[in-house]
Design a protein around this ligand. Structure first.
Ligand SMILES: [Zn+2]
Ligand SMILES: [Zn+2]
Length: 213
């Protein structure tokens, strides 16, 4: 059944007024943000209130999104700082244990590739402090590259030593002992810190770029 306008009985109603509930034609209604209102004074007031309410809501939503963005930036910052510190500490933690000689760290009294990592960790720290997250992509992948280089070098050297020993000590009764000693050379937990540190630095940079392109 069709409804008709309360002011114009010949006109079909478009809708009803959200405030007073009467049906009205197109000419008698005004569109709010969500609802229709008629032109009665009290109903027009309701219309204004609806608009105000909407405006307030959008301000609240904006505030929330700014707060979220701020929190997100804080997380990226902390991630970058932790990554740089882990990398820094990682340089001075054991990466290889050798029987009798003991543990060796990446710094190795300034002789190891760890010196490069040390520089990278300090540079990363400074980049985070100044919020230059793009640069972290280079320091992060740079340190990973150095780590891989050292790791591969280490494996090659180990193979060299093993084959050298095998040929030199071919008939030596100590051959077994030497082999046991070599096979007990072990990688240490410092690697974990170094790799995790690098990954955190890269993640921090990646997250920043993804969110604000
Ligand atoms: Zn009304
Ligand atoms: Zn009407």
């Amino acid at each position: 059944m069709d409804k008709f306008c309360i002011n114009h009985p010949d006109n079909k109603a478009l809708s009803f007024c959200h405030s007073c509930g009467h049906f009205f034609c197109k000419d008698c209604l005004q569109e709010g943000i969500e609802f229709y209102y008629c032109k009665k004074e009290s109903c027009q007031q309701q219309l204004q209130e609806e608009k105000l309410q909407k405006a307030e809501n959008s301000i609240i939503t904006n505030k929330k999104s700014i707060t979220n963005q701020y929190k997100f930036m804080e997380k990226i910052f902390i991630l970058g700082i932790i990554g740089s510190i882990l990398l820094f500490i990682g340089v001075f933690t054991p990466i290889v244990s050798i029987p009798i000689m003991g543990n060796i760290n990446y710094f190795n009294n300034g002789k190891g590739d760890g010196v490069i990592i040390l520089a990278i960790s300090i540079l990363s720290f400074i980049l985070v402090l100044f919020k230059k997250y793009k640069g972290l992509l280079y320091t992060g992948f740079g340190s990973l590259a150095v780590l891989i280089f050292t790791f591969v070098n280490f494996q090659i050297k180990m193979n060299e030593i093993t084959s050298q020993m095998n040929s030199e000590l071919a008939d030596n009764p100590f051959k077994e002992l030497a082999n046991t000693a070599i096979s007990s050379i072990q990688l240490q937990w410092g690697w974990a810190l170094l790799v995790i540190g690098s990954i955190l630095i890269i993640t921090s940079s990646k997250l920043k770029n993804e969110k604000f392109i």
